[in-house]
Write a protein that binds this ligand. Structure first.
Ligand code: ZN
Length: 282
């Protein structure tokens, strides 16, 4: 099936894409120069500028903040570690509120060091999200659980499919209040035979963010070898058609961690390439 190109104004820059060479001010200026209307900062970049100052600059540049990356990392070996994770998530929620982010992305965490108890880690994730959800609700911040590819189950996220993330949403936020949903990142979920069905199940109430990049063959690094749209094997127009059929009308956020390729290039050219590839391959 032939898909028409996406609305160019829906492109958003996840700051991970140009994080090696630019600070947040430069990213904001770069977006303005290239006519990119959305931005999703990581917390290191946000902290360097300060959330309040960043909020003013986002507003000044007319940027929609499509997310804040990231909260989560709930499992820990002991009670103290889990409490520290909760405290960190509460701070992240407050920052997301300050910058009026559409959501706080949760990379939920994997196994505590030395543990083999995957089911236990998943319980800690459920309990952790449950503990911060009320604070998110009162701050007006939606939490977006991002299922990560199973290769990250040990060290980054033990929520690995959209079905699993949606089960958590249903358990913790029964009425789909808007406070809890998912971030659909094609890099993590493109392979899933249940993807179309689970996107439909999520619907517009649960899909809070849509992250794009591509899966390279071969992939030479588990974390830092993501591809630019069009350079890999993900059928981006097809997955976009599914999220749109589910009612999602939000931004398409480019998130490319690429230590040996895109991070080495001139960030301004990377932005230009993102724009062009968004139109041609998404
Ligand atoms: Zn993502």
């Amino acid at each position: 099936m032939k898909h028409s190109p996406p609305d160019p104004s829906l492109l958003s820059l996840n700051t991970a894409t140009v994080r090696e060479k630019w600070n947040l001010e430069q990213m904001i200026e770069g977006c303005a120069r290239r006519g990119i209307r959305g931005i999703s900062p990581w917390r290191d970049k946000l902290e360097a500028l300060g959330a309040k100052e960043a909020a003013a600059r986002f507003r000044g540049a007319g940027l929609t903040v499509t997310g804040l990356c990231r909260g989560g990392m709930f499992p820990a070996a002991d009670r103290k570690g889990r409490a520290a994770a909760i405290a960190d998530n509460l701070r992240a929620i407050d920052d997301a509120a300050t910058i009026e982010a559409r959501c706080l992305v949760l990379v939920v965490g994997g196994l505590p060091p030395g543990s083999k108890d995957l089911a236990g880690a998943r319980e800690m994730v459920r309990d952790g999200i449950g503990e911060v959800l009320d604070h998110a609700r009162s701050a007006g911040v939606a939490l977006a659980i991002e299922p990560l590819h199973p290769m990250y189950a040990a060290d980054r996220a033990c929520v690995n499919t959209l079905a699993q993330a949606l089960d958590l949403c249903d358990e913790l936020d029964r009425g789909a209040s808007g406070a809890l949903g998912v971030a659909v990142d094609v890099y993590h979920v493109w392979w899933d035979p249940a993807l179309e069905r689970q996107i439909e199940r999520a619907g517009e109430k649960r899909i809070l963010a849509f992250h794009i990049c591509d899966w390279l063959v071969p992939t030479t690094d588990l974390l830092l070898d993501r591809g630019m749209m069009g350079d890999g094997v993900i059928d981006l127009p097809l997955i976009r058609s599914w999220v749109e059929a589910a009612g999602y009308r939000g931004f398409h956020e480019v998130e490319i961690m690429s230590a040996r390729n895109w991070w080495r290039k001139d960030p301004d050219e990377v932005l230009a390439t993102c724009k062009e590839r968004h139109q041609r391959f998404c």
